[in-house]
Design a protein around this ligand. Sequence first.
Ligand code: FCB
Length: 453
Amino acid sequence: MPRLPEGFAWGVATSAFQIEGAPDEDGRGPSVWDAFVDTPGKIRDGHTARTACDHYRRYPEDVALMKDLGVDYYRFSVSWPRVQPTGTGPANAPGLDFYERLVDALLEAGVKPMATLYHWDLPLALEDDADGPGGWLDRDTAHRFAEYARLVAERLGDRVDHWITLNEPFEHMALGYALGEHAPGRTLLLDALPAAHHQLLGHGLATAALRAAGAGHVMLTNSYTPAVPFSGNESDLAAASAYDALHRGVFTDPVLLGRYPDLSAYGLGDTAADPSALPFVKDGDLAAIAQPLDGLGVNYYNPTRLAAPAPETVFPFDIAEFDHAPTTDFDWPVIPSGLTQTLVDLTRDYGEALPPLWVTENGCSYDVAPGPDGAIDDHQRIDFLDAHVRALADALDQGADVRGYLVWSLLDNFEWAEGRHQKFGLVDVDEQTQDRTPKASYHWYRSLIADQA
Ligand code: FCB
C-alpha cells in the first residue's frame, strides 16, 4: 500500500435513519422514510427500520468500536425530525441532546465528528404540506432547511467543525422524486428537476446559516460516477454526455460555477447560457447556491455505462451493464479505476473552482456468514477497499487534492429499499440481539490506519 500524505484523514460513515432506530423516542416526528417503509411493497421482504442498529441507545458501544479502529472522523447524519418534529418551529431540545451526547462521546474518544444535516429523512409534515407541491418540490423547503441548519449549528457548532449540508441530492431526486424507488415515492421522471434545484438552494442557504453560526468547514456530498459510453459511436457518446450533465453537472456546476449545465439533451434548451429555461430558478438563486465551500464530498461506488436510448424513451440514455466486471451482492460492478477517474476528472474539469475533495463514502455489499469460530472473513470487502484506496492514491499522484477517505459503512444497517439485505458494514450487527462483531475488514482497516500514522 502506498503512503498517503501526512495528515490524510481516515473515517467511517453512517446515516441516522439507517442505524438509529428509536423512531418515537424523545419527541421525534415521523419522516418520509417512516411512511415509505410502512407502505406495503416498497421495502424488500417488508423489512423495517424501527430498531435498525439500535444506535440511539447503543452509540457508546459504536463510539468505542471507532476509537479502537483508530479513525480520525466519524461521518453521521442528524435526523431533521428529531430536531424539528414537523420541520418547522423551535428546536426539540431532547432530540438535539442526543447528538450532543454522541458528539461529546466522539470527542472524548479522539474521533472528530463530521455531521451531515440531511441524509434523506425529511420531516413527513413537510411532504404532506397541503399548501404546496410538498417536500423538495416546494421552494419553501429550502428555507425550512436553512432554519433547521441554524438550530443544529447553534447547539453543536462549538464542538462540530466539519459539516456536510446534503447527502447525494442526485439520488434523492432520482430515486425519491423521479423513479419512486425511495421515499417519498414520487414518479415524476423529468418533472422531478425542481427537487434538485430546491435541494441546491437549501444547500446554499444552509451553508450561509452554518457560517453565520461559526461553522469552520462546510461541504456538500454528491455521488459521482464516471459516465462510460457503451461504444465509440456518436449516439453512445451523446448518451454518456447527457447522463453526465444530469448526474454530475446539475449538482456540481451551480455549486462551483454558479450556473446549470447545458440540458438541451433533455429538451430544456441551453440552460447554461439561459437559466430562465428552468422556470423554477429565480433571480438570485444561483448566487445563493454558489457559496464558497471548504471541501466537496465524493461518494463513489461504481462507474455507469451508457448507451443510446431506445426510441421514444423519456431519458436520452439507457443504462447498460459492463462486460466482465465482477459484481458485489448488490450487483454493482467493481471497478476501482473509476474512483481515480472521478477524482481526476473533477480536478481537470473544475480547475480553480474545485475545493479539496473528500471521499465521504466508498464501500461494498457482501454477505459473509460467520465461520465455525464466529469470525467473519469478508476478504471480498478487504480486496475492494484495498483496491479503492490504491485507486485514490493514483488520483493523488495525478494531481487530485484529496484530504480524506471514509468507508461506507461502520455497521451493517438498513439499506433503504433493500431493507436489511445489503451488508456494507465493517462490523456485523445481529438483527435479533444487536450484538456487534467486527469483521476481518474491520481489522484490516485498523491495521491500514495504524500503518499510515
Ligand atoms: C449511498 C447512500 C448511503 C448508502 C450507500 C450504499 O448512495 O448515501 O446511504 O445507502 O449508498
